[in-house]
Structures are given as structure tokens and as C-alpha cells.
Design a protein around this ligand. Structure first.
Ligand SMILES: [Zn+2]
Length: 113
């Protein structure tokens, strides 16, 4: 379950931010997750709750925002909406789709006190 290591990296980001921005408690974590990042929202919530226990983000609400996957066909240049990592270009049928959005996970916002 790679959500556990993702949750740990989110906690790392929060702890780094707490040092530079001088906050002690985190109320809400807004996380952007790409549709192609293969992150299971329920597993992510579970992992997050487990990882932040006893930290400054203990009990924080996790808000997940899904970013749609988007690719570009390297054959014809068409922009393609992607539900999964591999697809065919609807314009020319080429399988050579380069992913341009939706693979990342990013901490978008922190509500702190
Ligand atoms: Zn194409």
C-alpha cells in the first residue's frame, strides 16, 4: 500500500512548514491527488490518520481534491482526457500519449492555528 509512504511524505511537508511558518496545530490538510496517481482515497485517509497520530496534525481533517488526468498525443498533438495511465488518442488512435497532468500528489493548503 503506497498510500502509507505518501502519507509519511505529507507529514514531512507539514512538519517542514510548521518550522518555517511557526504553527503548532494543523486543522485541515488539503491534498490534490492526480487521477493517474493510483491513490485510493479511502486508503489515503486511513494511512493519513495512522501516520499523523501523536503529531501536530493529529485529528486533522483530510480534504482530497482529485485532479483529472490529461495527456497529449505525441503523434498528432491532440489533448486527451485520461482516466488511466494508458489510453489511445481519440483523434488518430496512437497509443503514444504523454501524460501532462494528473500524476502528482500535492499539498495544496494547510489550515493551521
Ligand atoms: Zn493523436
Amino acid at each position: 500500500m503506497h498510500e502509507m509512504s505518501l502519507a509519511e511524505s505529507v507529514l514531512q511537508i507539514i512538519e517542514d512548514a510548521s518550522r518555517t511558518q511557526q504553527f503548532r496545530r494543523v486543522r485541515t490538510v488539503v491534498l490534490e491527488i492526480g487521477a493517474l496517481a493510483a491513490v485510493e482515497p479511502e486508503a489515503m485517509r486511513f494511512a493519513f490518520d495512522a501516520v499523523v497520530r501523536g503529531t501536530l496534525a493529529d485529528g486533522a481533517l483530510l480534504e482530497l481534491i482529485e485532479i483529472p488526468g490529461q495527456g497529449r498525443c505525441t503523434a498528432c498533438g491532440m489533448r486527451v482526457a485520461l482516466q488511466e495511465q494508458y489510453g489511445l488518442c481519440p483523434e488518430c488512435g496512437s497509443p503514444r500519449i504523454e501524460i501532462v497532468a494528473g500524476k502528482q500528489m500535492r499539498v495544496k493548503d494547510l489550515v493551521v492555528e
